[in-house]
Design a protein around this ligand. Structure first.
Ligand code: SF4
Length: 144
């Protein structure tokens, strides 16, 4: 089996620890801390250290699914999923107003992605319910 190692970033919190991912091109086989990354110098907390297991979990959603009227989940394309979300969001906004919508963002978004997500939430959807997991995640870390 041919494998290669890629540099990446832990997806879980705003610390942004560097990871070295060993992959066969389809799956992540192993994740370790990147000793050259300035945020963690190779060290990881348990969440980062176990990220490869979470990525390989059989229950992990690998593609968009839509629940039908009978309750069964049917695979749909990404375009269909975006259309469905757009239609449903539009319906919620029309029926209940902007306060019925909230965006919960990742602490790992880039500054530019954070800006776009906030623009979408506050500027376009007109909700002021925009927050990120950085607050909750780091609140427990700081208390710890
Ligand atoms: S502190 Fe833990 S969860 Fe946060 S980025 Fe580093 S390894 Fe990931």
């Amino acid at each position: 089996m041919v494998t290669e190692q890629r540099k990446t970033v832990c997806p879980y919190c705003g610390v942004g620890c560097g990871l070295l991912a060993t992959t066969d091109g389809k799956r992540i086989l192993k994740l370790v801390g990147d000793p050259e990354h300035p945020a963690n110098l190779g060290r990881l907390c348990l969440k980062g250290a176990l990220a490869a297991q979470a990525l390989a979990a059989p229950s992990r959603l690998g593609r968009a699914l839509l629940r039908g009227a009978d309750g069964a989940l049917v695979p749909i394309s990404r375009e269909e999923a975006v259309r469905e979300i757009s239609t449903r969001l539009g319906r919620i906004l029309a029926e209940h107003g902007p306060s019925a919508v909230a965006l919960y963002l990742s602490g790992q978004l880039t500054t530019e992605a954070q800006y776009l997500a906030n623009k979408l939430g506050k500027g376009f959807l007109r909700t002021n319910h925009v927050d990120s997991n950085s607050r909750l995640c780091m609140a427990s870390a700081a208390a710890g």
